[in-house]
Every structure is written in C-alpha cells, then in structure tokens.
Design a protein. Structure first.
Length: 321
C-alpha cells in the first residue's frame, strides 16, 4: 500500500510521545501519592520510585545518574506499568494468552541472565527500557512482551481503517485544523481540501489501509485525529500530516494476502501496543505532572516540553471531558 501511513514501526522501546496531565476530581481514587490514576486503579509514586531505586543500583545506570537522566527511568517505569495494567484488561477481553512454548523458549534464553556492565555501549533509548524491565523482573517482561506479540498476531491482517489525510507545513495550523476536524467530523473533507488548497497540495480523502499493519497502527475511536510529523510518514520531509480516522474494522479472519512469517518478529510488540490505544483513550487516565504527559500516538509518557515531537491525537468531541 502506498500511503503516508506506510511507515517503519520502530521498536516500542525507542519511541518517544503525549497528552494528559493530572487534573482535579471530586470523586474516585485519591491523587495523594498517585503517579497514575487509570479509571479506578492507582499506580503509586512509591511503586514507581521503588523501580527507580532498583535501577540506580545497576552499574549500567551509573552514567544515567551522572548525566542527570534518571527522569528518563521514572517516565519509562510509569509507561511500562500503565501498559502492563491495560494489557491485562485488553488481553482478557480478547481471550489472548501467553504462548507457553514461546515462554519456555524465552525463559531458556533469558535475556537478563547476562549483566550489563557499567561501560555498556547500549544506546540510552534501549538501555532505559531494559533497565526498568530488569527491575520489574523476567516474569513481568515475558508477560508483557508475549501478550503484546499475541495481540499483534491476532490483529495484523484483520484490522483495517478508512481515513482522510492532508499535509500541513506549519505546526500551529496543523493543530488548529485537527481541532476543527475533531469538533466537526462531518465537515472534515471540506476543511482538509481548503487547507490543502492553501498549501498548494492535494488531500487524500476516504482512503483505506486494507488489512495491513497500517490498520493496526490507526487503532483509535472513530473521528480521532492524528497529527504526525511528516518525517514519520512514507513521504518524509518537513511539516505535519493531519489524519482523520473515519472508521476502523476488525475482520473475522485474516486476509490471505498477509503472511505473518514475513513480518519482523521484533516489531510485533510495538504493533501489539497500538491495539491498546482505543481502550486507553476510553479511560480517565491521569498522570502526575512530575513525570510528564501521555502520548496517545505511541502510548508512552514524555516530558511536557517534548509533547509534540512524536505527534499526538485529538480525541473525538464526544470523548472529551
């Protein structure tokens, strides 16, 4: 498929992100000592700090402490704990379980058996997630990776999405258009055509991903609007892409055109992560500002000042609080 959505899906550990700060509420779980409130479930500051403390004891984390980068560890811990909780709910709903043969294989080659040295040359974006997983333990790591893998296998070749898209050079204009489209989905095509005409470009209206990995990537409530840096799309370049998700569908059976053996297995957990997006977007997710903000595009926590770096999703008006 040739579309701006045909992008290389980066391993989830290397992805950066956006969208939701801790806000006051009159009822529900207490915000006191809460790192995250997800519906009725609370992830405590103590739980996050316990993981950070374990990571700090690792020799390989010494450079992070010296460079004052332990905030990366805290954000990764929060991200992993949120995904773990959501994963349990979504996997149960879909009847997806850990493949015991894959678990045995993973256990036999336990990637955590080998200690990381203090002079590890592992890039920070890979080192931080691994250190947090090591702090959480092999069982947590195996559960999350294998369930994400299973979700990806259950949806690739079945999920599809129809969408409209337009390229916008200016970030403020892209955000403004996304807000207008989300608030007035019935006028989306005309709004996009007007924006495209101004930019001297052509919009893509009523496109279809087919049952490709793009269909999984665009998992989101109908009329959600993605704003993606153009550099992330197949076209590359500068500017932004405003993508309205018109509808999504999960077929009963996998498309015969899809051969899972041709999909890079290391990418499956990242794809499985996107399956979680509709559930997360339907929840009241609040994160303490001390950790950053949530990004609905990549389902991780990032610093507020980097919130737009990897794009964001404007939720449908009916989903907004």
């Amino acid at each position: 498929m040739t579309s701006v959505l045909s992008r290389v899906v980066a391993p989830f550990a290397a992805v950066a992100v956006l969208v939701a700060t801790l806000s006051a509420c009159g009822t529900g779980p207490s915000q006191v000592n809460s790192a995250v409130i997800l519906g009725d479930h609370v992830i405590s500051v103590d739980e996050v700090q316990s993981l950070v403390d374990k990571v700090v004891k690792e020799p390989a984390a010494r450079s992070l402490a010296q460079q004052h980068k332990l905030d990366l560890v805290a954000r990764e811990a929060v991200s992993q704990l949120i995904v773990h909780d959501v994963l349990g709910v979504v996997a149960k709903r879909e009847g997806v379980k850990v493949d015991q043969d894959l678990l045995s294989d993973l256990r036999s080659q336990n990637p955590f058996d080998q200690k990381l040295s203090a002079d590890s040359s592992v890039p920070t974006e890979q080192l931080v997630p691994e250190l947090v997983y090591r702090a959480r333990g092999f069982d947590a790591y195996a559960n999350d990776q294998l369930l994400l893998d299973a979700l990806a296998r259950a949806h690739i070749g079945r999920d599809s999405a129809s969408y409209s898209l337009v390229s916008i050079e200016n970030g403020d204009e892209a955000r403004d258009l996304a807000e207008k489209v989300a608030a007035n989905p019935g006028d989306a095509a005309s709004l996009m055509r007007a924006a495209a005409a101004k930019a001297g470009a052509e919009p893509q209206i009523n496109q279809d991903t087919g049952q490709t990995p793009d269909g999984v990537y665009l998992s989101a409530p109908d009329n959600s609007v993605f704003v993606l840096p153009a550099s992330q799309g197949a076209s590359g370049g500068s500017g932004f892409q405003v993508v309205q998700v018109l509808s999504t569908k999960t077929a009963a059976t996998m498309s015969p055109d899809i051969d899972l053996s041709q999909v890079d297995g290391s990418q499956l957990p990242a794809l499985g992560r996107y399956v979680l997006r509709p559930y997360v977007m339907g929840q009241d997710l609040r994160i303490s500002p001390r950790y950053g903000v949530w990004n609905d595009v990549t389902l991780t926590v990032v610093p507020k000042n980097e919130a737009d770096v990897s794009g964001f999703v404007v939720r449908p008006t009916s989903d907004k609080s």
